[in-house]
Design a binder for this molecule. Structure first.
Ligand SMILES: [Zn+2]
Length: 154
């Protein structure tokens, strides 16, 4: 039997030239239960004039991990902190009213995020894992849960 390494795992563990000091956790700030994917977010970000999706990895509602911007390239997800970070995003983060921040992660997303973050931490051992809101001077709810605390022991 051949073991096939998932594409995301290879992409997440690949060594890259830029130094990574933090891994930022985001939400798409979309309503609970709406099944968006990398193609959607890429289209939104390109419509804003960006070169590509701003995040490196996306965790879909079903727990599938999708590859966004190549990890070797700086992302566009935390102003002032993109050069030395990797950005991951889960789909959701807002209640059905479309505005109230809410931890909408499915059990599949929670499990996949731990898998993804463990691989990224192994590839970038010095990097801290924190939510978008934990960066200095960020006035956002993103990712709608305490990522710094939840992932402190990864
Ligand atoms: Zn964010």
């Amino acid at each position: 039997m051949t073991t096939v390494t998932p594409a995301w795992r290879a992409a997440a563990s690949a060594p890259i030239a830029r130094a990574i000091t933090s891994i930022a956790v985001h939400c798409t700030a979309t309503r609970e239960g709406q099944p968006f994917h990398v193609a959607d977010v890429r289209a939104w970000h390109k419509a804003q004039g960006w070169s590509d999706i701003g995040y490196h990895f996306l965790v879909a509602l079903d727990g599938k991990i999708e590859i966004g911007r190549p990890k070797a390239q700086a992302g566009a997800h935390v102003a002032g902190h993109n050069a030395a970070s990797v950005g991951i995003v889960y789909v959701g983060g807002v209640a059905k009213d479309g505005k109230t921040p809410k931890d909408t992660r499915t059990p599949e997303q929670k499990a996949a995020m731990v898998d993804l973050l463990r691989v990224l931490k192994a590839a970038h051992p010095g990097a801290i894992v924190q939510g978008h809101r934990d960066y200095p001077k960020v006035a956002k709810a993103c990712p709608s849960f305490d990522a710094k605390r939840e992932y402190a022991t990864l």
